[in-house]
Write a protein that binds this ligand. Structure first.
Ligand SMILES: Nc1ncnc2c1ncn2[C@@H]1O[C@H](COP(=O)(O)OP(=O)(O)OP(=O)(O)O)[C@@H](O)[C@H]1O
Ligand SMILES: [Mg+2]
Length: 276
């Protein structure tokens, strides 16, 4: 008995949020490229009357839906914020203002307070970069395998740390010696016999995590905000990436926040939008 669903059709994954008979939110995702699977699932839910739609791939979903369904489009950024506000309330978080970093295929960064919200930045480095660079550098395309190897890998022969740059002189006080001075920076200046896939993948993940966090911190400083809410399916089932992001955020004296259902803010927001 699914009467309404929210769909966030993203560059990589299409996320769905709907209510079950007990009025609890259920969540599901499909690869955005697998349109037949998405359509099949929707058609199996006989009672759907209303569909909330958002995300960059909205057009391709809209084109295949039956015309008897009522479609409510909402821009991605609005849907995401609606979803985030709902998730924050549900998980008992209360912030006067925050930065929201959505690590999707690419990364989009927003500012939000009680009265306004706006996009404040972003970077092309995101979950798509993790998959793309993983495939190019190691040939591994299976997402689960990438995560597993990245978790066990070691970055020490590939990344160049601050303490390795400053040799024989004091490290400047504003720089922590153990921070990355150059992602992949050691490869060009120090020969190594062979790089293991796990080590390369751990370093790719480090690069992605550190770029996203650096930008988020700078924007939080600029907007005078303490809390940075990191969302996006890229964070899902990836403790290591969340650890990289959290450690660096805390080091820079900001507070990282992770929501339970990382990737579903847009889909939840699209569903909420129907019910408003
Ligand atoms: N099962 C999975 N298959 C593929 N990618 C996955 C999977 N689980 C997590 N990911 C990661 O999540 C990323 C996509 O995140 P998300 O769903 O938030 O982005 P999107 O909404 O599709 O993209 P965008 O918002 O940029 O249009 C992928 O790039 C990948 O790193
Ligand atoms: Mg998205």
């Amino acid at each position: 008995m699914t009467k309404a669903i929210g769909i966030d059709a993203g560059g990589t994954l299409t996320k769905l949020a709907y209510l079950n008979d007990q009025h609890e939110i259920q969540l599901k995702h499909f690869p955005s490229n697998d349109l037949p699977a998405i359509l099949d699932w929707i058609q199996q839910q006989e009672d759907i009357e209303e569909i909330g739609l958002t995300g960059g791939r909205t057009g391709q979903i809209k084109a295949m839906l039956d015309s008897d369904k009522s479609i409510h489009y909402i821009v991605e950024f609005e849907a995401t914020l609606k979803g985030v506000r709902y998730q924050l309330a549900k998980e008992d978080h209360q912030f006067e203002k925050s930065i929201i970093t959505n690590v999707g295929t690419g990364t989009s960064i927003h500012y939000m307070d009680d009265t306004e919200h706006k996009r404040v930045g972003g970077t092309g480095v995101g979950g798509g970069t993790l998959i793309g660079l993983a495939a190019l550098t190691t040939g591994i395309k299976d997402y689960k395998e990438i995560l597993q190897l990245a978790k066990d890998g070691n970055r020490q022969d590939i990344d160049l740390l601050v303490e390795e740059i400053f040799q024989g002189i004091e490290t400047p006080v504003e720089l922590k010696p153990s921070l990355t001075a150059s992602n992949f920076g050691k490869v060009g200046i120090k020969e190594s016999a062979k790089y293991e896939s796990a080590d390369i993948l751990a370093t790719v993940q480090g690069l992605v995590g550190e770029v996203i966090t650096t930008l988020s911190i700078q924007l939080a400083e600029q907007m005078d905000v303490e809390h940075i809410i990191y969302i996006g399916t890229t964070l899902d089932q990836n403790d290591k990436l969340r650890e990289i992001i959290a450690d660096y955020t805390i080091l820079k004296k900001k507070t990282p926040v992770f929501l339970e259902d990382h990737g579903f803010s847009g889909a939840i927001g699209a569903l909420m939008n129907i019910m408003d």
